[in-house]
Write a protein that binds this ligand. Structure first.
Ligand code: ATP
Ligand code: MG
Length: 550
């Protein structure tokens, strides 16, 4: 069954799961808008009371400060709750992405570039988080703020509302233009800096060639051009930065001046639109400066939403990748092998990779390996030996026939049981970041230090490791061991959990015949009834029964 996931579903689930938090945000957003309207209103009443010569009630002053404080509190509550909610979304999205990642088919998994996966998990998820912390919610809040301020001003001074309605679109256009140009200049600068810093190692690396071909001037000119481009881009950014604030301040002052001039004109016709008391004038001036900020923010919010949409699109694309068709967790794992049952059975297996047009790698293959047996798979290059291992590991399912381990279809063995059932040694060792112990345990805390030591001793690496200053806690680097020793470490990793079945793919490539023989014997000695299937091209390294794959 295909598991259909989408960003929108994850977001709705998170909202439902954190309903209180979501309601808290809604209240904080509305509260912040309403609260911001109240202090200028009270200020207007205070001024009117003073100008008419009446005594000023103390509670009005106190109320003014209370509302001022509440405005700050609701705004910071909104920001904090949004940040928390953004993190919840990030967590939910990354968990869903990880869930998807573990369900990908082997083919999809290998087709993914590591860089692309990282950018889905990090960059794209971050843009969706920004959508909440500084995108749609802030945009909604800003839009509401603009509308509510305009409505309040409408009742106090209609003329000003008309002036603002004419002016705000211009203000928005100006803000967007400046923001877009600044962004373009910043990108230009980053590119130029990237070019300049790329030229340095390139020049140092090719210094001899540059000298031989007398290309010093050419290289210098290229570097100069990049530096000049960067300088010009920074100058452009500074220019837009420098003009923006003064233009906004001047605009603010002009609006105030125009309204004040009209209200002081004495012309009755003008006064029907612009007439107001001193108190109203003060509160209106306050509102004007408040309305400019949300208009400025709207531009940035649109930009955030645009990049978030692209991020959502990319995450949804990832959610649509092919998943394994089998449901591993539904299989009953409490299977107990019958005593007489063979360890591994291939029953009339036909398999081809991926598409129907691919040729059949295995055709009607049947063989079985008894418990405790040691067999070698032999066959020409490309015959499908490693493919047999991939089927045993459950990475692929055969199109026809059955692949059974201890009577259970190999692809249905739950991931959690795999390490106890089989160990797999690849031709090349894949190091994980960490110490020697981490290489062996793969961060599985259920594996004891005792088991690690015993396994290292069995593969014959114990003395080498113990001679190191930090022993098993030595951080691993590629130069720490020879290729053969890495191979032995790989065997230790595969066997430390004491699996009943061992799959060894071409370990002869980097071990001498004697070492391989000793290791194989030690492996079989170390556990009764351990089954070993190895692939080997080297004739004298073949041990036990040989199964020919053609
Ligand atoms: P060698 O002895 O060289 O290791 P092998 O017997 O192990 O060879 P396999 O690796 O099993 O051979 O490959 C068998 C065939 O399957 C080859 O023709 C190979 O091109 C094809 N093959 C292997 N892996 C894939 C894959 N992931 N997708 C498509 N085809 C594949
Ligand atoms: Mg192979």
């Amino acid at each position: 069954m295909k598991h259909e996931e989408r960003v929108s579903k994850v977001i709705l689930r998170t909202i439902r799961l954190h309903l209180l938090l979501s309601l808290g945000i809604l209240f904080a957003v509305i509260g912040a808008i309403v609260m911001a309207l109240l202090p200028p209103m009270i200020l207007g009443i205070v001024i009117d009371t003073l100008t008419t010569g009446q005594a000023l009630p103390v509670f009005l002053v106190i109320l003014y400060y209370i509302f001022l404080a509440l405005t700050g509190i609701t705004e910071s509550a909104r920001e904090s709750l949004l940040t928390v909610f953004g993190q919840k979304i990030t967590h939910a999205l990354r968990s869903s992405l990880m869930d998807k990642y573990t369900r990908l088919t082997t083919d999809e998994l290998t087709a993914q570039e590591p860089g692309t996966i990282v950018s889905r998990f990090v960059g794209d998820v971050d843009t969706v988080e920004n959508l909440f912390t500084s995108g749609i919610v802030s945009m909604f809040a800003d839009a509401c703020k603009i509308i509510s301020i305009l409505s309040v001003i409408w009742f106090r001074n209609r003329g000003l509302t008309l002036v603002l309605l004419v002016l705000l679109p211009f203000l928005f256009w100006f803000t967007r233009t400046v923001q877009k140009r600044m962004l373009a200049a910043q990108i230009e600068n980053r590119q130029a800096v990237g070019r300049a810093s790329g030229y340095v190692p390139e020049t140092v690396h090719n210094i001899r060639t540059i000298h031989c071909l007398a290309k010093e001037d050419y290289m210098e000119e290229r570097y100069d051009n990049a530096i000049v481009d960067s300088f010009r881009a920074v100058e452009k950014t500074n220019f837009y930065d420098a003009i923006y604030s003064p233009v906004i301040l001047i605009l603010n002052a002009v609006v105030v001046a125009v309204v004040m001039l009209f209200s002081a004109s004495g012309n009755p016709a003008v006064l029907t639109l612009f007439g107001m008391s001193a108190g109203t004038a003060v509160s209106v001036i306050n509102y004007i400066s408040q309305i400019f900020t949300p208009v400025e923010s709207l531009g940035m919010e649109i930009q955030t939403i645009q990049s978030a949409i692209a991020g959502v699109h990319r995450i949804n694309e990832f959610f649509q990748l092919d998943e394994c068709s089998w449901e591993k967790t539904q299989i009953n794992t409490s299977h107990t092998p019958e005593n007489a049952s063979p360890c591994v059975v291939f029953k009339d297996v036909t398999f081809s990779y991926g598409h129907e047009t691919d040729r059949e790698v295995l055709k009607n293959l049947s063989f079985s390996v008894q418990e405790g047996e040691q067999v070698t798979l032999s066959g020409r290059t490309g015959a499908g030996k490693s493919t047999i291992f991939k089927l045993l590991l459950g990475l692929y399912e055969p199109q026809q026939g059955q692949v059974l381990i201890e009577g259970m279809p190999a692809a249905h063995i739950p991931d959690t049981d795999k390490r106890r059932i089989f160990g797999y040694v690849e031709q090349s060792f894949h190091m994980v970041p960490g110490t020697i112990k981490n290489q062996i345990t793969l961060y599985d805390s259920s594996i004891s230090m005792e088991a690690v030591r015993k396994t290292a001793q069995m593969v014959g690496l114990d003395t080498v490791i113990e001679q190191l200053e930090l022993g098993y806690d030595t951080p691993c680097t590629q130069e720490l061991f020879s290729q053969g020793q890495w191979q032995l470490l790989s065997i230790a990793r595969a066997t430390v959990a004491d699996p009943r079945l061992l799959l060894l793919d071409e370990i002869t490539a980097s071990l001498d015949v004697q070492t391989e023989k000793e290791v194989l014997q030690a492996l079989q000695r170390s556990a009764a009834n351990r089954t070993i299937i190895s692939i080997s091209h080297r004739v004298n390294a073949k041990m036990g029964r040989v199964i020919a794959i053609s």
